[in-house]
Each structure stands twice: as structure tokens, then as C-alpha cells.
Design a protein around this ligand. Structure first.
Ligand code: AMP
Length: 329
């Protein structure tokens, strides 16, 4: 019988307890940071200033292993038991990120060694959606994200989807796109985008939101709202992935790099042209305006050059509608 992936009802409590004890024992390195809110062209931006982050292993450290012909260390092949949240979640384990800037940063990692460059499968998406829902069951809002390819900001080549709490009061721009245009979106249509954002990005809504609203409007709160299942998530993801591949193809990109960010209401993908700009490396979280600065210089650079310009440098200029090819990829 088909069973939806499910997690213990006390998952938020398990997350907090495991996080706190791993910080206490020194198995998890938690970097305190300061936050600053801003907007750019009406898009919410949140700077996180964390100078101590420089200690975290980077892609360059892993590349150094390659140069010295040391076998590349895969921290997810045998996850640290002190960081383990749920060992058996279908084909996945849920583990804490060893280097956290926000409390309870966790990941859904494949039990098998699967390269991070493999596309997300319907099974990956369904389990990620369920993990996000479980983390949110105490009312805390999370985003999930996936960094794929050499220019995406990924550092570990083993399939992993990550989850962090959304900062209080921060509204990622896809939220307003979904509010304005999501209800009319039909699966299979061209993905949605924001007029305020100059870099290529593709947004699709999940349907659960409309079902919830419709049930409330009918005063029919007793009707159980089903979360989207694997096939629906997979189909919607395939429409954004094909747009990403088209953008990379028309720009002669030498490799496939993109970021994915999702909540329980929407998913967005952003094709990437570069990993870093003037020494600032960003991953998926940056594409929704959550910008990390590891030094005062980086923070100043964001402000001087403006976040949307930096992000456009790292992605592709959003194509004008008419320039779209007849078909995707
Ligand atoms: P990414 O950089 O997007 O590939 O994500 C990989 C994440 O794994 C990074 O955010 C690291 O902080 C985290 N990480 C690195 N080593 C470990 C480890 N031994 N255990 C858990 N998380 C780790």
C-alpha cells in the first residue's frame, strides 16, 4: 500500500534537542551572526554578517584534497551519529548541518552515495516536502534548498537537500508572485517570475495552498487537505528544470549549475553562470535575498553594487518574453 513519508510528531523538539546537545558537545559548530534587513527594488533582502564563517571547509578545501590526490572526503557517506536526527526516512537520513549559522539547520541526505549533480527525483521532492512540513509543525517557517553543479555554491558531492528557518519578518519574493499569479497557474504552463527581479528565475506553485483556501471558503474545515504527492511535485519540478536547461543551453554554459529553493507553497529554480563574484560565493539561499557576508568588505560590496546586480552577475539576465525558444531544452 502507498504510504506518504511521515516523521515523528515531535520532530521540531527532536531538532532543537539534538542541535543543542551537538553544540554543547562541540560536534556542531554554531556561528553567531548579526542580521540586517534591507530592500532592493521592492525585494526583501536580509544580510547575515558572520565573520567567523571563514573557518568552514569550502569547495576549495575539497579541491585541495583532489590536488594532493587524497581521496575526497564525503561527510555524508557515514554521517556523524551526534548529528543524526532520523536515520531511516525511506531512502534518506535527516542529519544536522555540522556548520550552522542558524539553529536547527538540517539536511535530507540520500542513504546511497548519489552525486549532487543528479537531478531531484519525485521521491527526493516528496521526502523533502514532508521533512519541511514536519519541521514547520510547531509554527516555525522553513525553506528547503538544493545547490546543484559546479557554479551553484555546493561543496559536498553527495545528494543533499537542506532546510533552514526563515528569518522572522522576511518575505522571500516568490511569495508575492504566488499570491498574485499562483491561483491561475496550470501544471505544465511556463513557470512564473517576478517583474522586480532581473535575473532568470522560474517559480511554480504547489497546489496545497489553493485547496486549503477553498476549503476555508466553503466552511468545510473538516475536509482533509492532502499534500502534493511525488508525481505532482516531480512534474512541476520538471517544468522549471527544463527552463533552467534551456537558459544554460542558449548561453552556451559549459556545465549544468542551478539552485532550487522551496517552501510548502512554491518552488523556484535559478540557473547559475558563476559560483562567485568579487570573492563573494553564494548558494541557493542568496537567490531569495538571504545574503551571507563573511567580512565587512563583502557586506559593503553588496550594498555598493546592490544585491540584485550581484545576483544577476552570478546567474543570467532574465530573457525578454519573445526571446523564449519555441520549446524548452
Ligand atoms: P553544500 O555546501 O550546499 O554542498 O552543502 C553541504 C553542507 O554540508 C555545508 O553547508 C556544510 O556546512 C555541511 N557539512 C560539511 N561537512 C559536514 C559534516 N561532516 N556533517 C554534516 N554537515 C557537514
Amino acid at each position: 500500500m502507498f504510504r506518504r513519508p511521515s516523521l515523528p510528531a515531535n520532530f521540531p523538539e527532536l531538532l532543537t534537542k539534538t542541535f543543542e546537545s551537538a553544540v554543547k558537545s562541540g560536534d556542531l559548530i554554531y556561528t553567531e551572526s548579526t542580521q540586517e534587513s534591507a530592500t532592493d527594488n521592492g525585494v526583501d533582502v536580509r544580510y547575515t554578517f558572520a565573520p567567523a564563517l571563514a573557518k568552514k571547509p569550502t569547495k576549495e578545501d575539497n579541491a585541495a584534497d583532489e590536488k594532493t590526490e587524497k581521496p575526497k572526503f564525503n561527510p555524508f557517506e557515514k554521517p556523524d551519529p551526534k548529528l543524526m536526527l532520523v536515520p531511516d526516512f525511506g531512502d534518506y537520513s535527516l542529519v544536522l548541518n555540522k556548520y550552522a549559522i542558524v539553529p536547527n539547520h538540517f539536511m535530507c541526505i540520500s542513504k546511497k552515495v548519489i552525486p549532487q549533480t543528479a537531478p531531484l527525483t519525485p521521491n527526493d521532492l516528496e521526502h523533502s516536502y514532508a521533512a519541511l512540513q514536519a519541521a514547520q509543525s510547531d509554527g516555525t517557517k522553513y525553506i528547503g534548498f538544493f545547490n546543484c553543479g559546479p557554479n551553484s555554491g555546493a561543496s559536498v558531492d553527495h545528494k543533499h537537500i537542506q532546510f533552514i528557518q526563515l528569518p522572522k519578518g522576511f518575505k522571500p519574493f516568490p511569495e508575492s508572485v504566488i499570491k498574485a499569479k499562483g491561483r491561475d497557474y496550470k501544471p505544465g504552463q511556463q513557470p512564473l517570475s517576478s517583474e522586480r527581479v532581473p535575473y532568470a528565475h522560474y517559480i511554480v506553485p504547489w497546489e496545497a495552498e489553493w485547496a486549503e483556501e477553498d476549503a476555508e471558503a466553503d466552511n468545510d474545515a473538516e475536509v482533509p487537505i492532502e499534500d502534493p504527492v511525488a508525481e505532482e511535485l516531480g512534474f512541476k519540478f520538471s517544468t522549471v528544470l527544463s527552463r533552467v536547461l534551456t537558459e544554460l543551453r542558449v548561453n552556451d554554459a559549459p556545465s549544468i549549475s542551478y539552485n532550487v529553493v522551496f517552501t510548502d507553497k512554491w518552488l523556484m529554480a535559478v540557473p547559475r553562470s558563476k559560483e562567485s563574484y568579487k570573492g563573494i560565493s553564494i548558494n541557493a539561499t542568496g537567490t531569495v535575498g538571504l545574503l551571507l557576508a563573511k567580512s565587512q568588505e563583502q557586506l559593503d560590496l553588496y550594498k555598493e553594487e546592490t544585491p540584485l546586480k550581484v545576483l544577476t552577475e552570478l546567474g543570467y539576465v532574465k530573457p525578454i518574453e519573445e526571446e523564449h525558444p519555441e520549446y524548452d531544452y
